[in-house]
Design a protein around this ligand. Structure first.
Ligand SMILES: [Zn+2]
Length: 288
């Protein structure tokens, strides 16, 4: 009788040990059963990215002024009414044009932007919406980390106070979920990339890279690309855009590295899901 009891408690201890180990394994992966979903919304020439994790969400840029309805409806269709982080990478119209509408239409917790202003109507309407909601702008600070329902957001740029061009002020964000990660670069160019290479080095490594400045040669320098070394590249670009984006040199570099390429002008809206270990990509037809 005593012996049976001993065996039973041994089995119980064993079961408990494995149960605890499994839970710990899951936690250490960050794979907490909830997927991160990253939506590169097709807005033609411009950026609009929605990130979902559990009940929390983040919006990085919101396309042009003419994309406002599309963006707001897209986010609403995802059953989102509250956005934890709204990031306006830099004050160009193809990035912050729809941001005022996003701020007007949803409950917003944080607005993160770089420390630069412009006197355009577009920028002023974003400021108006921020003020109307009683919000304030959190200045993007390199190295600062934020939590998105267990996923980690790290600001990688800007790393200087002043740049000669607006693009280099772009807020660059790394999103980490378990063993998977994404880097979103806005329109950051060579100067900012060089700083990130110096400041972050191998920490830039990511599975997915949203290429800077719509695949133009002003961005995605060899050094930066080598360190990020992505399996998947995303280019947000309009069909037959007048800028010649993306550049053939950039496409060739991706091919040489065996990086899979998704672009909004060909694949439409691109959705990448991560369970913390693996990534899955789905696309819809382009509507531009
Ligand atoms: Zn742009």
């Amino acid at each position: 009788m005593k012996k049976t009891k001993k065996i039973l408690s041994f089995i119980l201890a064993l079961v408990l040990f494995f149960a605890v180990t499994t839970i710990e394994d899951i936690l250490s992966d960050g794979a907490d059963g909830e997927d991160v979903e990253v939506h590169f919304i097709d807005v033609g020439q411009g950026d609009a990215i929605l990130v979902k994790k559990g009940q929390e969400s983040m919006v990085i840029d919101a396309g042009k002024n003419s994309n406002e309805k599309l963006i707001v409806n897209y986010i609403k269709r995802q059953n989102i009414n509250k956005i934890k982080y709204v990031i306006g990478t830099h004050p160009h119209e193809d990035h912050i044009g729809g941001l005022d509408s996003v701020i007007d239409n949803f409950d917003i917790e944080n607005v993160i932007m770089p420390n630069i202003t412009t006197n355009t109507r577009t920028f002023e309407s974003v400021l108006d919406s921020i003020v109307k909601k009683g919000l304030t702008i959190t200045k993007a600070q390199s190295g600062k980390e934020y939590d998105l329902d267990g996923a980690k957001i790290t600001i990688l740029a800007p790393n200087s106070e002043e740049y000669s061009g607006l693009n280099d002020y772009s807020v660059v964000v790394k999103l980490t979920h378990g063993k998977t990660s994404f880097v979103f670069t806005g329109d950051a160019e060579k100067t900012s990339e060089k700083e990130m290479v110096e400041v972050y080095g191998s920490k830039l490594k990511a599975d997915v890279l949203k290429l800077g400045h719509h695949g133009s040669t002003t961005s995605t320098t060899k050094d930066f690309f080598r360190l990020v070394d992505p399996d998947i590249a995303v280019i947000t670009v309009g069909k037959d855009n007048g800028y010649g984006h993306p550049h053939k040199k950039i496409i060739d570099m991706l091919k040489k590295n065996d990086t899979a390429l998704y672009r909004t002008d060909r694949h439409g809206t691109i959705i990448i899901k991560s369970d913390g270990n693996n990534l899955g990509v789905s696309t819809s037809e382009s509507n531009n």
